[in-house]
Every structure is written in structure tokens, then in C-alpha cells.
Write a new protein. Structure first.
Length: 185
């Protein structure tokens, strides 16, 4: 593998990691000796810094990862905070509705009701302060979630009891009572 190919491979891998990755793992993936990977990582980090990039490649916690450059912190903070004002996706709205009507409810139960994995969506809702942990389910030990006062404020109601009835918003289906029972019991 050429130096250019190795650099491209390392950049591609490091772009998608959510925690630092070790040189050994990078060497195994790229099938390049660990010493060569270490040298390439150090060269990339130095090159990014000398070019004045808005990001850094740093060695932390026994591995390597991209970070935004510290001198860009005010802009990154503004982006993150302003980004929280953006609209929720359809998946997030559906998940939030299930939590609002079923709370306290476990992530597994929300996934079962929606029929899809809701882990990423739950993380978004937690980050935005719309849902919070509400305890632990005694039988399974699963964390239970509910909506926050911030959620109530955003939708303009005093409490969960002020949520509108679901029936008018659901299609006229056979077995509607079963669907409603699932969401409200």
C-alpha cells in the first residue's frame, strides 16, 4: 500500500469512529505494519496542524481520533446549539409520540411499538432535552424514559394529561382498539 493510499485509508476510517482507535487496530485493518501506521498518523497530524485545518488528528486515550480545532470552539458551539433548534425527523416525532403517550417506557418497548431500532433517535431526543430517564423497570432492569418539562413547554401544554386523544389522528382500521390499547395502557 502506497503512502497516499495508507493516508486515505486512515482518514476514511478515522472519519467514522466515535471513539479513539488504536494503531494496532488500524494496522490490522489496513494490513500495514504498526510502525508504518504510527508514522503515517503522526505525519497526518503534523500536516493538518501546519496547514491550519479546522480539525486535528489527536492521540488520546490509547488511540487516534479527529477533533475540531480548539480555536474553532465558539463556532462549533454555536453550530451545535443552533442545530438543536432544527426540526425533528419523522422518526424522532414518532418516537417522541410513543414516549409521551406510554411514559414511563423502556427503549425496547418503544422499538417494539415502532417496529424499528430507536437507539439513535433516543440519543437525539435525550440530547435535545425532550426526554429523560425516569427510573428502572423492576423486572428487566431496563431504563425507563419520559418526556421533560421542556417538551411540555415546546408543545404548549401544562401536563401529559393535556395531550390530545389519539383516535382522531389514527386511520380507521380494524383492530384500532388494540392499537390504542398498546399506546395508552
Amino acid at each position: 500500500m502506497s503512502e497516499v493510499e495508507l493516508n486515505r485509508a486512515l482518514e476514511a476510517i478515522l472519519m467514522v469512529v466515535d471513539e479513539p482507535v488504536t494503531e494496532v487496530i488500524l494496522a490490522q485493518i489496513t494490513e500495514v505494519p504498526t510502525e508504518t501506521v504510527i508514522a503515517a498518523l503522526r505525519n497526518l497530524a503534523a500536516r493538518y496542524e501546519s496547514e491550519g485545518r479546522g480539525f486535528q488528528l489527536r492521540e488520546v486515550a490509547g488511540g487516534w481520533r479527529f477533533y475540531s480545532h480548539p480555536d474553532q470552539a465558539p463556532l462549533v458551539e454555536k453550530f451545535v446549539l443552533d442545530g438543536q433548534q432544527s426540526r425533528l425527523t419523522q422518526a424522532a416525532l414518532e418516537t417522541l409520540a410513543v414516549i409521551a403517550y406510554r411514559q414511563p417506557v423502556s427503549r425496547a418497548r418503544v422499538s417494539a411499538i415502532r417496529g424499528v431500532n430507536v437507539e439513535a433517535v433516543m440519543k437525539t431526543l435525550l440530547t435535545r432535552g425532550l426526554v429523560e430517564e425516569r427510573g428502572v423497570e423492576p423486572e428487566t432492569g431496563a431504563i425507563l424514559y419520559g418526556t421533560t418539562s421542556y417538551f411540555l413547554e415546546k408543545i404548549g401544554i401544562r401536563g401529559i394529561t393535556d395531550l390530545p386523544a389519539l383516535a382522531p389522528f389514527l386511520p380507521d382500521l380494524d383492530g384500532l382498539d388494540e392499537v390504542l390499547a398498546t399506546l395508552t395502557d
